[in-house]
Design a protein around this ligand. Structure first.
Ligand code: GDP
Length: 139
């Protein structure tokens, strides 16, 4: 059993696709182990995306991520990191496969609806960034 962090970004919340995204997770057999809606501060967004701090889009990305509320979830299931990345589609929605969340709902390369951890180590850091142990359901 594996866990990953999913975020429905401010554009996804604004487009009213929270339910649509969660439906895709549940249809794929993924369980939600923790969930909440929050509005990040700039400092909190910078901390979350610290690995990208040297990238040219860091300021724009952290502005975007603080532009409205987000939904953060700890997802659980077998191979859930890869499963979630497949449901999300490529970072650039123009390159994403048909039927993926980003292909269907992204606006541009930055406003791409969802975040998903890319490896077990990043998943552990990212889940811990938003949830304490008591907030995560144990099965
Ligand atoms: P992800 O793992 O697919 O989310 O992609 P990355 O970790 O490479 O990038 C993190 C996030 O930064 C992406 O989901 C986008 O929101 C944003 N991003 C990535 N590349 C670009 C870019 O070239 N320009 C801008 N403005 N944002 C980008």
């Amino acid at each position: 059993m594996e866990r990953t962090l999913s975020i429905i970004k401010p554009d996804g919340v604004a487009k009213n696709v929270i339910g649509e995204v969660i439906k895709r997770f549940e249809t794929d057999g993924i369980k939600i182990a923790a969930m909440k809606m929050i509005h990040l501060t700039k400092i909190q967004a910078q901390g979350f995306y610290a690995v990208h701090k040297e990238r040219p889009f860091f300021n724009s990305l952290t502005d975007f991520m603080t532009s409205g509320p987000i939904v953060v979830m700890a997802l659980e299931g077998e191979d859930v990191i890869a499963k979630n990345r497949k449901l999300m589609g490529a970072t650039n929605f123009e390159e994403a496969e048909q039927g993926t969340i980003r292909k269907d709902y992204a606006t541009n390369i930055e406003q791409n609806v969802v975040h998903g951890s890319d490896a077990p180590e990043t998943a552990a850091f990212e889940i811990g960034y938003f949830f304490n142990d008591l907030e995560i359901q144990k099965r």
